[in-house]
Design a protein around this ligand. Structure first.
Ligand SMILES: *Cc1c(COP(=O)(O)O)cnc(C)c1O
Length: 234
């Protein structure tokens, strides 16, 4: 099997899972965007994905994403930054990312806004919420507590070069994704009641995308189910 065949098979399997999940939830699959997370995989895979019709690419480390986005600039992909983001990397990320899913503090908003403004770009931002693990707040998967979401959402909304697009959550490892995504859906509603255009809910990965679709996710971030197992982090 060629790499192209492998990726095509992964895409077909994930598309079928999303369609089945939408059918059981009574949702239209057109409401759900799959962001293919290519971290640790080469720019050549992004080209194959483009050939296969994928338009949304996710990355989680700037030092890997910046050169990959540059190498693939001709493809016109929409680049999503989904990982924890250090403030000192905001300047780099704002030059290629169309969407940042992991906005979790005011200082990061300010740094992204400054960088997007000087690059003459507009960056969509999602507030990353800590969900589903009320006992051990955060549990290392990032995000702000529900109580802090409105202020951060307002701050993004007031920034001149950022657009508040919605919320993002990562279900806790070993936890119940239904709990986490129910919580996220409630917070998404609260944000939308103040910011009508903030309709995106980024939730669900390879292992829990069905639960995310059931609870209203508009964006899924899927890596291994499409591209295969990642080499160990290094
Ligand atoms: C890596 C990553 C994903 C994709 O995870 P898979 O389990 O490979 O689908 C999704 N979201 C974030 C934030 C990630 O870092």
């Amino acid at each position: 099997m060629t790499r192209r065949d492998e990726i095509a098979a992964g895409l077909a399997a994930v598309t079928a899972r999303v369609e089945r999940a939408c059918r059981s939830a009574g949702r239209d699959p057109a409401e759900v965007t799959v962001v293919v997370v290519t971290k640790t995989f080469p720019a050549t895979d992004v080209r194959l994905l483009s050939d296969l019709g994928v338009r949304h690419i996710g990355e989680s480390r700037d030092q890997e994403a910046a050169p990959k986005a540059a190498a693939c600039a001709d493809l016109g992909m929409t680049w999503h930054f989904v990982g924890q983001l250090q403030t000192n990397k905001a300047g780099s990320v704002a030059r290629y990312a169309d969407v940042v899913h992991s906005v979790d503090r005011v200082r990061l908003v300010d740094a992204l806004d400054r960088a997007a403004w000087s690059a003459g770009r507009e960056v969509r931002c999602l507030v990353q919420v800590a969900v589903g693990d009320r006992s051990q707040s955060g549990a290392g998967r990032g995000g702000v507590s529900a109580a802090d979401v409105p202020a951060l959402a307002d701050h993004i909304s007031a920034a001149r070069s950022l657009r508040l697009a919605g919320v993002m959550g990562v279900a806790p490892l070993g936890g119940d994704p239904d709990d986490a995504f129910t919580h996220l859906a409630r917070i998404a509603e609260t944000v939308q009641s103040r910011h009508a255009a903030a309709t995106w809910v980024s939730a669900g990965m390879s292992g829990d995308l069905e639960a995310a679709v059931a609870h209203g996710a508009t964006h899924l971030r899927v890596g291994t189910a499409i591209l295969g197992a990642r080499p160990p982090a290094g």
